[in-house]
Ligand binder design. Structure first.
Ligand SMILES: [Zn+2]
Ligand SMILES: [Zn+2]
Length: 247
């Protein structure tokens, strides 16, 4: 196989695994406590995020909870209404890092997530995790593919994460009364996160899809984890009030 095609296939798989870990562990488990995970799956998600994103979970949680506290008004760390769509879509990582480094945000929004021994030893060292991830690629596939996979994955993960914040507050359907939007096509490539209007309407629900046609592979994965005894869902989906469309 041509190295570029091989790299693209591997990168797409890694990006999807990273997005899955982001939506389930960082978003639904830690930020909103919509479900609990067993010890084994928790550890796997922590390692995956460490090696594929370099995100420090309590920082992501603090930024995300602030986004819910100040949605689309001044104070929102990454609102396209405040910053403009293009800026959030292409500079989300800059906005994220600015908010993630804010110690006061961390104290206010993530005080329930103090670092444990694993964080101090490994997970609070993002460069070490990313370095090990790249080293594994290098050993398995050689230098060229390792480099291409790393670049494609980084761009893919950053653009998809940004799309949830940017497209997911700009374009799409608004069945519930909030400024976030539902885009089923975006949900398919972000493990359910594209159903963002549903999520802002019911932030503590573990399931982001509320209709049959809506695709939430994050929820399918949670159901699988529940079946093998690795997840306990606190609130699968809310009691359904009638949708109210706003213009
Ligand atoms: Zn949002
Ligand atoms: Zn959320």
């Amino acid at each position: 196989m041509h190295p570029f095609i091989e790299s693209a296939v591997i990168a797409i798989i890694i990006t999807q695994v990273a997005i899955m870990a982001t939506t389930i562990y960082l978003h639904r488990v830690l930020s909103h406590r919509a479900l609990k995970l067993g010890k084994v799956s928790t550890f796997i998600f922590r390692v995956v995020l460490w090696m594929t994103t370099g995100i420090i979970p309590r920082q992501w949680v603090a930024v995300h909870r602030k986004h819910h506290a100040y949605t689309d008004v001044v104070g929102d760390p990454h609102s396209p209404v405040v910053e403009g769509y293009l800026f959030v879509q292409f500079a989300n990582v800059y906005l994220y890092r600015k908010a993630a480094k804010n110690k006061e945000n961390l104290r206010k929004y993530a005080k329930d997530l103090p670092p444990d021994a694993w964080d101090r030893a490994l997970f609070d060292r993002p460069l070490l995790g990313l370095g090990i991830g790249i080293l594994v690629l290098f050993i398995l596939f050689g230098p060229l593919v390792a480099l291409l996979v790393s670049v494609i994955h980084m761009v893919g993960y950053l653009l998809l994460s940004a799309a949830v914040n940017a497209i997911g507050h700009t374009f799409g359907d608004r069945p519930y009364k909030n400024l976030a939007t539902n885009n089923n096509w975006l949900a398919i490539i972000t493990c359910g996160e594209g159903l963002h209007n549903n999520h802002h309407a019911f932030p503590t629900a573990a399931r982001l899809s509320l209709k049959r046609a809506q695709i939430d592979t994050g929820w399918w994965t949670i159901k699988f984890l529940e079946n093998i005894g690795q997840a306990t869902v606190r609130l699968p989906r809310p009691k359904m009030p009638s949708p109210v469309t706003i213009s």
